[in-house]
Design a protein. Structure first.
Length: 390
Protein backbone atom coordinates (compact mmCIF):
# COMPACT_ATOMS: atom_id res chain seq x y z
CA UNK A 1 0.00 0.00 0.00
CA UNK A 2 1.29 3.45 -0.89
CA UNK A 3 2.27 5.54 2.15
CA UNK A 4 -0.10 8.34 3.20
CA UNK A 5 0.40 11.55 5.12
CA UNK A 6 -2.55 13.35 6.66
CA UNK A 7 -3.70 16.14 4.33
CA UNK A 8 -6.68 18.50 4.27
CA UNK A 9 -9.50 17.82 1.83
CA UNK A 10 -10.41 21.50 2.08
CA UNK A 11 -6.92 22.42 0.84
CA UNK A 12 -7.25 20.04 -2.12
CA UNK A 13 -10.51 21.74 -3.08
CA UNK A 14 -9.03 25.21 -2.57
CA UNK A 15 -6.02 24.54 -4.78
CA UNK A 16 -8.19 22.88 -7.43
CA UNK A 17 -10.63 25.81 -7.57
CA UNK A 18 -7.88 28.44 -7.66
CA UNK A 19 -6.34 26.50 -10.55
CA UNK A 20 -9.72 26.65 -12.32
CA UNK A 21 -10.13 22.87 -12.43
CA UNK A 22 -13.33 20.90 -12.02
CA UNK A 23 -13.22 17.68 -10.02
CA UNK A 24 -13.34 15.75 -13.29
CA UNK A 25 -10.51 17.78 -14.83
CA UNK A 26 -8.30 17.12 -11.79
CA UNK A 27 -9.28 13.46 -11.77
CA UNK A 28 -8.37 13.10 -15.46
CA UNK A 29 -5.06 14.89 -14.91
CA UNK A 30 -3.97 12.50 -12.15
CA UNK A 31 -5.73 9.40 -13.55
CA UNK A 32 -8.29 8.66 -10.86
CA UNK A 33 -12.10 8.67 -10.82
CA UNK A 34 -13.97 11.91 -10.14
CA UNK A 35 -15.63 10.19 -7.16
CA UNK A 36 -12.17 9.69 -5.65
CA UNK A 37 -11.45 13.42 -5.80
CA UNK A 38 -14.86 14.11 -4.24
CA UNK A 39 -14.10 11.72 -1.36
CA UNK A 40 -10.68 13.32 -0.81
CA UNK A 41 -12.22 16.76 -0.60
CA UNK A 42 -14.79 15.58 1.94
CA UNK A 43 -12.04 13.90 4.00
CA UNK A 44 -13.74 10.52 3.57
CA UNK A 45 -10.60 8.81 2.32
CA UNK A 46 -6.91 9.72 2.38
CA UNK A 47 -4.79 10.36 -0.69
CA UNK A 48 -1.41 8.67 -0.90
CA UNK A 49 1.79 10.69 -0.85
CA UNK A 50 2.25 9.94 -4.55
CA UNK A 51 -1.28 11.14 -5.31
CA UNK A 52 -0.68 14.37 -3.36
CA UNK A 53 2.43 14.97 -5.44
CA UNK A 54 0.33 14.49 -8.58
CA UNK A 55 -2.29 16.93 -7.26
CA UNK A 56 0.46 19.45 -6.51
CA UNK A 57 1.80 19.09 -10.04
CA UNK A 58 -1.67 19.52 -11.60
CA UNK A 59 -2.62 22.56 -9.49
CA UNK A 60 0.89 24.11 -9.31
CA UNK A 61 0.65 24.28 -5.50
CA UNK A 62 3.48 23.08 -3.22
CA UNK A 63 2.94 19.74 -1.51
CA UNK A 64 3.24 21.56 1.84
CA UNK A 65 0.02 23.46 1.12
CA UNK A 66 -2.07 20.30 1.32
CA UNK A 67 -0.65 19.42 4.73
CA UNK A 68 -1.73 22.70 6.28
CA UNK A 69 -4.74 22.96 8.55
CA UNK A 70 -8.05 23.96 7.00
CA UNK A 71 -8.08 27.64 6.08
CA UNK A 72 -10.29 30.34 7.61
CA UNK A 73 -14.03 30.33 7.06
CA UNK A 74 -14.80 32.62 4.15
CA UNK A 75 -18.45 32.81 3.08
CA UNK A 76 -19.50 33.52 -0.49
CA UNK A 77 -21.03 36.82 0.65
CA UNK A 78 -22.25 38.95 -2.26
CA UNK A 79 -20.76 36.45 -4.73
CA UNK A 80 -24.00 34.52 -4.19
CA UNK A 81 -25.78 37.47 -5.82
CA UNK A 82 -24.08 36.46 -9.08
CA UNK A 83 -25.18 32.83 -8.88
CA UNK A 84 -28.04 33.32 -11.32
CA UNK A 85 -26.24 35.77 -13.55
CA UNK A 86 -23.61 35.31 -16.23
CA UNK A 87 -20.76 34.52 -13.82
CA UNK A 88 -19.81 30.86 -14.24
CA UNK A 89 -19.76 28.77 -11.07
CA UNK A 90 -16.16 27.78 -11.83
CA UNK A 91 -15.15 31.46 -12.02
CA UNK A 92 -17.11 32.22 -8.87
CA UNK A 93 -15.33 29.44 -6.97
CA UNK A 94 -11.92 30.67 -8.14
CA UNK A 95 -12.72 34.23 -7.10
CA UNK A 96 -13.81 33.08 -3.65
CA UNK A 97 -10.87 30.76 -3.06
CA UNK A 98 -8.27 33.29 -4.27
CA UNK A 99 -9.87 35.89 -2.03
CA UNK A 100 -9.85 33.41 0.83
CA UNK A 101 -6.14 32.70 0.37
CA UNK A 102 -5.42 36.44 0.27
CA UNK A 103 -7.47 36.93 3.44
CA UNK A 104 -5.51 34.14 5.15
CA UNK A 105 -2.23 35.77 4.13
CA UNK A 106 -3.42 39.10 5.54
CA UNK A 107 -4.67 37.66 8.81
CA UNK A 108 -1.42 35.79 9.41
CA UNK A 109 0.63 38.96 8.82
CA UNK A 110 -1.83 41.05 10.85
CA UNK A 111 -0.76 39.11 13.94
CA UNK A 112 2.39 41.25 13.79
CA UNK A 113 0.48 44.52 14.12
CA UNK A 114 -2.04 46.33 16.24
CA UNK A 115 -5.55 45.83 14.92
CA UNK A 116 -7.23 48.63 12.96
CA UNK A 117 -10.72 49.04 14.51
CA UNK A 118 -13.75 48.66 12.24
CA UNK A 119 -15.57 51.97 11.85
CA UNK A 120 -18.35 51.45 9.33
CA UNK A 121 -21.98 51.89 10.38
CA UNK A 122 -24.61 49.17 10.48
CA UNK A 123 -27.78 50.48 8.89
CA UNK A 124 -29.99 47.50 8.01
CA UNK A 125 -33.15 49.39 8.98
CA UNK A 126 -32.43 52.51 6.91
CA UNK A 127 -33.31 53.19 3.29
CA UNK A 128 -30.25 53.08 1.01
CA UNK A 129 -29.82 56.85 0.57
CA UNK A 130 -30.09 57.48 4.30
CA UNK A 131 -27.64 54.65 4.97
CA UNK A 132 -25.17 56.25 2.54
CA UNK A 133 -25.60 59.63 4.23
CA UNK A 134 -24.88 58.05 7.63
CA UNK A 135 -21.77 56.43 6.11
CA UNK A 136 -20.53 59.70 4.61
CA UNK A 137 -21.04 61.36 7.98
CA UNK A 138 -19.06 58.55 9.68
CA UNK A 139 -16.24 59.25 7.20
CA UNK A 140 -16.33 62.95 8.10
CA UNK A 141 -17.57 64.05 4.66
CA UNK A 142 -19.94 66.93 4.03
CA UNK A 143 -22.53 66.53 1.23
CA UNK A 144 -20.58 68.86 -1.08
CA UNK A 145 -17.29 66.95 -0.73
CA UNK A 146 -16.28 64.28 -3.30
CA UNK A 147 -15.27 60.94 -1.79
CA UNK A 148 -11.66 60.60 -2.96
CA UNK A 149 -9.53 57.52 -2.25
CA UNK A 150 -12.49 55.33 -1.35
CA UNK A 151 -10.41 52.15 -1.08
CA UNK A 152 -7.78 53.60 1.22
CA UNK A 153 -10.45 55.33 3.29
CA UNK A 154 -12.09 51.95 3.86
CA UNK A 155 -8.72 50.43 4.82
CA UNK A 156 -8.25 53.20 7.38
CA UNK A 157 -11.65 52.32 8.83
CA UNK A 158 -10.89 48.63 9.34
CA UNK A 159 -12.19 47.11 6.09
CA UNK A 160 -9.87 44.60 4.44
CA UNK A 161 -9.80 45.49 0.72
CA UNK A 162 -7.84 43.09 -1.46
CA UNK A 163 -7.16 43.05 -5.20
CA UNK A 164 -6.75 39.71 -6.95
CA UNK A 165 -5.27 39.13 -10.43
CA UNK A 166 -8.36 37.48 -11.95
CA UNK A 167 -9.77 39.45 -14.90
CA UNK A 168 -13.36 38.38 -15.58
CA UNK A 169 -15.59 40.61 -17.71
CA UNK A 170 -18.73 39.71 -15.76
CA UNK A 171 -17.24 40.48 -12.37
CA UNK A 172 -15.80 43.53 -10.62
CA UNK A 173 -15.96 42.99 -6.85
CA UNK A 174 -17.61 41.11 -4.01
CA UNK A 175 -17.89 41.55 -0.26
CA UNK A 176 -18.50 39.53 2.89
CA UNK A 177 -18.18 39.47 6.65
CA UNK A 178 -15.46 36.90 7.36
CA UNK A 179 -16.19 34.48 10.20
CA UNK A 180 -13.41 35.70 12.46
CA UNK A 181 -13.75 36.88 16.06
CA UNK A 182 -14.76 39.64 15.78
CA UNK A 183 -16.17 39.37 12.25
CA UNK A 184 -14.16 41.28 9.66
CA UNK A 185 -15.59 43.19 6.68
CA UNK A 186 -13.83 42.25 3.44
CA UNK A 187 -14.08 43.56 -0.13
CA UNK A 188 -12.33 41.70 -2.97
CA UNK A 189 -11.80 43.55 -6.27
CA UNK A 190 -10.78 42.03 -9.60
CA UNK A 191 -8.01 43.29 -11.87
CA UNK A 192 -8.39 45.11 -15.16
CA UNK A 193 -11.31 47.44 -14.41
CA UNK A 194 -11.48 51.18 -15.19
CA UNK A 195 -11.05 53.52 -12.23
CA UNK A 196 -14.59 54.95 -12.31
CA UNK A 197 -16.20 51.53 -12.60
CA UNK A 198 -14.09 50.18 -9.74
CA UNK A 199 -15.00 53.10 -7.45
CA UNK A 200 -18.73 52.56 -8.01
CA UNK A 201 -18.46 48.82 -7.45
CA UNK A 202 -16.48 49.27 -4.23
CA UNK A 203 -19.19 51.68 -3.04
CA UNK A 204 -21.81 49.09 -4.06
CA UNK A 205 -20.06 46.39 -2.02
CA UNK A 206 -19.75 48.76 0.94
CA UNK A 207 -23.52 49.10 0.70
CA UNK A 208 -23.88 45.34 1.15
CA UNK A 209 -21.60 45.45 4.21
CA UNK A 210 -23.50 48.36 5.76
CA UNK A 211 -27.05 47.21 4.98
CA UNK A 212 -27.16 43.46 4.39
CA UNK A 213 -25.57 41.55 7.23
CA UNK A 214 -28.93 39.83 7.75
CA UNK A 215 -29.62 39.20 4.03
CA UNK A 216 -33.18 40.55 4.28
CA UNK A 217 -35.22 40.88 1.08
CA UNK A 218 -34.73 39.26 -2.30
CA UNK A 219 -31.49 39.19 -4.25
CA UNK A 220 -32.84 41.74 -6.74
CA UNK A 221 -33.92 44.06 -3.91
CA UNK A 222 -30.50 43.89 -2.24
CA UNK A 223 -28.73 44.65 -5.52
CA UNK A 224 -30.98 47.64 -6.20
CA UNK A 225 -30.42 48.91 -2.65
CA UNK A 226 -26.65 48.58 -2.99
CA UNK A 227 -26.75 50.54 -6.28
CA UNK A 228 -28.76 53.35 -4.65
CA UNK A 229 -26.36 53.37 -1.71
CA UNK A 230 -23.36 53.65 -4.05
CA UNK A 231 -24.99 56.46 -6.02
CA UNK A 232 -25.72 58.49 -2.89
CA UNK A 233 -22.30 57.78 -1.39
CA UNK A 234 -20.44 59.01 -4.48
CA UNK A 235 -23.02 61.50 -5.82
CA UNK A 236 -24.90 62.87 -2.78
CA UNK A 237 -28.34 64.22 -3.62
CA UNK A 238 -27.83 67.58 -1.92
CA UNK A 239 -24.74 68.30 -4.02
CA UNK A 240 -26.19 66.89 -7.25
CA UNK A 241 -29.21 69.20 -7.10
CA UNK A 242 -26.69 72.04 -7.27
CA UNK A 243 -24.33 70.40 -9.78
CA UNK A 244 -26.97 69.14 -12.19
CA UNK A 245 -28.40 72.37 -13.51
CA UNK A 246 -29.76 72.46 -17.08
CA UNK A 247 -28.76 72.16 -19.79
CA UNK A 248 -27.51 68.69 -18.86
CA UNK A 249 -25.40 67.69 -21.85
CA UNK A 250 -22.80 64.95 -22.08
CA UNK A 251 -20.15 67.65 -21.70
CA UNK A 252 -21.67 68.67 -18.36
CA UNK A 253 -21.84 65.05 -17.22
CA UNK A 254 -18.15 64.66 -18.19
CA UNK A 255 -17.35 67.59 -15.89
CA UNK A 256 -19.29 65.91 -13.09
CA UNK A 257 -17.39 62.70 -13.76
CA UNK A 258 -14.05 64.46 -13.45
CA UNK A 259 -14.97 66.11 -10.17
CA UNK A 260 -16.80 63.24 -8.46
CA UNK A 261 -14.95 60.24 -9.91
CA UNK A 262 -17.88 58.29 -11.34
CA UNK A 263 -18.75 57.28 -14.89
CA UNK A 264 -20.86 59.50 -17.12
CA UNK A 265 -23.41 56.67 -17.23
CA UNK A 266 -23.64 56.55 -13.43
CA UNK A 267 -24.09 60.33 -13.32
CA UNK A 268 -26.87 60.17 -15.93
CA UNK A 269 -28.63 57.42 -13.98
CA UNK A 270 -28.29 59.45 -10.79
CA UNK A 271 -29.95 62.44 -12.46
CA UNK A 272 -32.79 60.19 -13.59
CA UNK A 273 -33.19 58.56 -10.13
CA UNK A 274 -33.43 62.03 -8.56
CA UNK A 275 -35.99 63.05 -11.22
CA UNK A 276 -33.72 65.84 -12.42
CA UNK A 277 -34.11 64.43 -15.95
CA UNK A 278 -36.95 62.41 -17.43
CA UNK A 279 -36.81 58.85 -18.70
CA UNK A 280 -36.98 60.22 -22.24
CA UNK A 281 -33.94 62.46 -21.60
CA UNK A 282 -32.09 59.55 -20.03
CA UNK A 283 -32.71 57.36 -23.10
CA UNK A 284 -31.56 60.16 -25.41
CA UNK A 285 -28.33 60.66 -23.45
CA UNK A 286 -27.60 56.93 -23.58
CA UNK A 287 -28.26 56.92 -27.32
CA UNK A 288 -25.68 59.69 -27.65
CA UNK A 289 -23.21 57.69 -25.56
CA UNK A 290 -23.72 54.69 -27.83
CA UNK A 291 -23.36 56.67 -31.05
CA UNK A 292 -20.08 58.16 -29.80
CA UNK A 293 -18.77 54.76 -28.70
CA UNK A 294 -18.66 55.91 -25.08
CA UNK A 295 -20.68 53.08 -23.52
CA UNK A 296 -17.49 51.02 -23.20
CA UNK A 297 -14.82 53.69 -23.56
CA UNK A 298 -15.81 56.96 -21.93
CA UNK A 299 -13.72 60.13 -22.07
CA UNK A 300 -12.28 61.53 -18.81
CA UNK A 301 -9.99 58.86 -17.37
CA UNK A 302 -10.32 58.29 -13.63
CA UNK A 303 -7.05 56.77 -12.33
CA UNK A 304 -7.27 53.31 -10.82
CA UNK A 305 -7.22 53.10 -7.03
CA UNK A 306 -5.36 50.17 -5.52
CA UNK A 307 -5.49 48.77 -1.99
CA UNK A 308 -2.36 49.47 0.07
CA UNK A 309 -2.65 47.68 3.42
CA UNK A 310 -1.72 44.13 2.38
CA UNK A 311 1.45 45.25 0.60
CA UNK A 312 2.40 47.59 3.44
CA UNK A 313 2.25 44.72 5.93
CA UNK A 314 4.35 42.56 3.60
CA UNK A 315 6.94 45.33 3.20
CA UNK A 316 7.24 45.81 6.94
CA UNK A 317 7.63 42.09 7.62
CA UNK A 318 9.61 40.97 4.54
CA UNK A 319 11.39 44.12 3.38
CA UNK A 320 11.44 46.28 0.26
CA UNK A 321 11.51 44.72 -2.26
CA UNK A 322 9.34 42.04 -0.69
CA UNK A 323 10.90 38.60 -0.31
CA UNK A 324 8.10 36.73 -2.08
CA UNK A 325 9.50 33.28 -1.35
CA UNK A 326 9.36 33.85 2.42
CA UNK A 327 5.96 35.52 2.14
CA UNK A 328 4.50 32.60 0.18
CA UNK A 329 5.71 30.12 2.79
CA UNK A 330 3.42 31.75 5.36
CA UNK A 331 0.43 30.10 3.70
CA UNK A 332 2.21 27.37 1.72
CA UNK A 333 1.10 28.95 -1.56
CA UNK A 334 2.92 29.18 -4.92
CA UNK A 335 5.32 32.12 -4.92
CA UNK A 336 4.11 33.15 -8.39
CA UNK A 337 0.50 33.45 -7.20
CA UNK A 338 1.42 35.41 -4.07
CA UNK A 339 3.54 37.79 -6.14
CA UNK A 340 0.71 38.31 -8.64
CA UNK A 341 -1.68 39.11 -5.80
CA UNK A 342 0.69 41.53 -4.09
CA UNK A 343 1.47 43.32 -7.34
CA UNK A 344 -2.22 44.29 -7.56
CA UNK A 345 -1.67 46.36 -4.40
CA UNK A 346 -0.15 49.81 -4.26
CA UNK A 347 3.41 50.61 -3.28
CA UNK A 348 4.02 53.73 -1.20
CA UNK A 349 5.29 55.58 -4.27
CA UNK A 350 2.25 54.56 -6.35
CA UNK A 351 -0.10 55.71 -3.63
CA UNK A 352 1.60 59.09 -3.37
CA UNK A 353 1.55 59.52 -7.13
CA UNK A 354 -2.12 58.70 -7.60
CA UNK A 355 -4.11 61.59 -8.96
CA UNK A 356 -7.80 61.63 -9.68
CA UNK A 357 -7.28 63.93 -12.64
CA UNK A 358 -8.98 63.77 -16.04
CA UNK A 359 -7.64 63.66 -19.58
CA UNK A 360 -10.14 65.98 -21.25
CA UNK A 361 -11.06 69.64 -21.05
CA UNK A 362 -13.45 68.83 -18.21
CA UNK A 363 -12.60 70.22 -14.79
CA UNK A 364 -10.34 67.79 -12.94
CA UNK A 365 -10.76 66.52 -9.41
CA UNK A 366 -8.41 68.15 -6.90
CA UNK A 367 -4.95 66.65 -6.48
CA UNK A 368 -4.50 64.60 -3.36
CA UNK A 369 -3.19 66.36 -0.32
CA UNK A 370 -0.54 64.93 1.95
CA UNK A 371 -3.28 63.92 4.37
CA UNK A 372 -4.79 61.60 1.76
CA UNK A 373 -1.63 59.50 1.57
CA UNK A 374 -2.45 56.81 4.06
CA UNK A 375 -0.11 56.13 6.95
CA UNK A 376 -1.76 53.07 8.44
CA UNK A 377 -1.35 52.66 12.21
CA UNK A 378 0.56 49.40 12.03
CA UNK A 379 2.37 49.14 15.34
CA UNK A 380 4.70 46.14 15.18
CA UNK A 381 4.40 43.29 17.67
CA UNK A 382 7.28 41.01 18.54
CA UNK A 383 6.25 37.75 16.87
CA UNK A 384 8.12 35.53 14.47
CA UNK A 385 5.64 34.55 11.77
CA UNK A 386 7.99 32.08 10.17
CA UNK A 387 7.94 29.97 13.32
CA UNK A 388 4.35 29.03 12.48
CA UNK A 389 3.89 25.37 11.61
CA UNK A 390 0.65 25.84 9.61
Amino acid sequence: MAPTTRVSGDRIRQAREIAGLTQKALADAIRVDQSTVARWERDLVAASDQQIESIALATKFPVAFFRRRTGPEFPFGSLMNRARKSLLSQDRDRLRQTGRLTFELATVMAEQFSEIPVHIPQADALDPRKAAQVTRNAFGLSPDTPLTSIINRLERNGVFVFAIPDEIDEHDAYSLWADTDPRKPVIIVSAGKPGDRLRFNVAHELGHLVMHRNLDGTLAEREEQADLFASELLLPEAAMRVEMQPPLTLTRFAEIKAKWGVSIQAAVNCAWQLKIITERQRRYLFMQLSSLGWRKDEPVAIPLERPRLLRKMAEQVFGVPVDYARLARLVGAPMRLVQEILEQHSTKEQLKGTQTVATTEARAMPRKTAGDVIDFPLAKRSRNLEDRTG
